[in-house]
Design a protein around this ligand. Structure first.
Ligand code: CA
Length: 229
């Protein structure tokens, strides 16, 4: 099996080198890009299996990098943000980032996230089982699992791959409160409760695209999909 490739996009050399060293030690092939245009070129050239992408970059920023790369080919992206900036996060998730880490982060955490990203990507590209080729219909919500398309009241919503997976999980147990930690484990593949804000951010994305009334927040616990029978 050939080594999986990770593109690390970060202009701060010490961080880029540390991330690359850790990932190489785990058997990944790693390439570093130090600015926006170089990142887009490298993604085109090496066709990475995953991208670790800093938001603050010279040239154009990580959000624009993500937008351009995802427009050409879907690839899992772990975004690095300097601060817990809600706007950056929401824009990042909207342009196709799957997960994010706030600086400073440990190399152990970074490595766990990259592995989780790749596990999910492998799972999502697996052949769709016959049973899963159905369409879920819940009230005015329609989820086509084979085509990964979602309509509400007949209007199609363009979801990111992660938003789609999260919606399917909620829809598989409608009107049931699913704890954020469980959603994190099931949808993202990791069990560290410190990442529950990732869940919150993606829920916001779903509400923005499908209507605020679709998902109920149960404070301190989790979320439930609220649809008519
Ligand atoms: Ca930077």
């Amino acid at each position: 099996m050939t080594a999986r490739k990770v593109l690390v996009v970060e202009d701060e050399r010490t961080i880029a080198e540390a991330v690359a060293a850790r990932l190489r030690a785990e058997g990944f092939e790693v390439e570093i890009a130090g600015d926006g245009p170089a990142a887009v070129d490298a993604a085109r050239r090496i066709q990475p299996d995953a991208i670790v992408l800093d938001v603050m970059l010279p040239g154009f920023d990580g959000l624009e990098v993500c937008r351009r790369i995802q427009a050409e080919r879907a690839v899992p992206v772990l975004m690095l943000t300097a601060r817990d900036d809600e706007t950056d996060l929401l824009v990042g998730l909207a342009v196709g980032a799957d997960d994010y880490l706030t600086k400073p982060f440990s190399m152990r955490e970074l490595s766990a996230r990259v592995h989780a990203l790749l596990r999910r990507a492998t799972r999502n590209s697996a052949p769709v089982a016959a049973a899963a080729s159905a369409t879920m219909r819940l009230g005015d919500l329609e989820i086509n699992l084979a085509e990964r398309r979602v309509l509400r009241a007949g209007v199609e919503a363009r979801l990111t791959p992660t938003e789609f997976d999260l919606l399917v999980h909620l829809a598989s147990r409608p009107r049931t409160v699913l704890p954020r930690e469980r959603l994190l484990a099931d949808v993202w593949g990791w069990a560290d409760a410190s990442g529950t804000r990732t869940v919150d951010s993606h829920i916001k994305g779903l509400r923005r695209k499908l209507g605020a009334d679709l998902i109920r927040t149960v404070h301190g616990v989790g979320y439930a999909l609220e649809v008519e029978r």
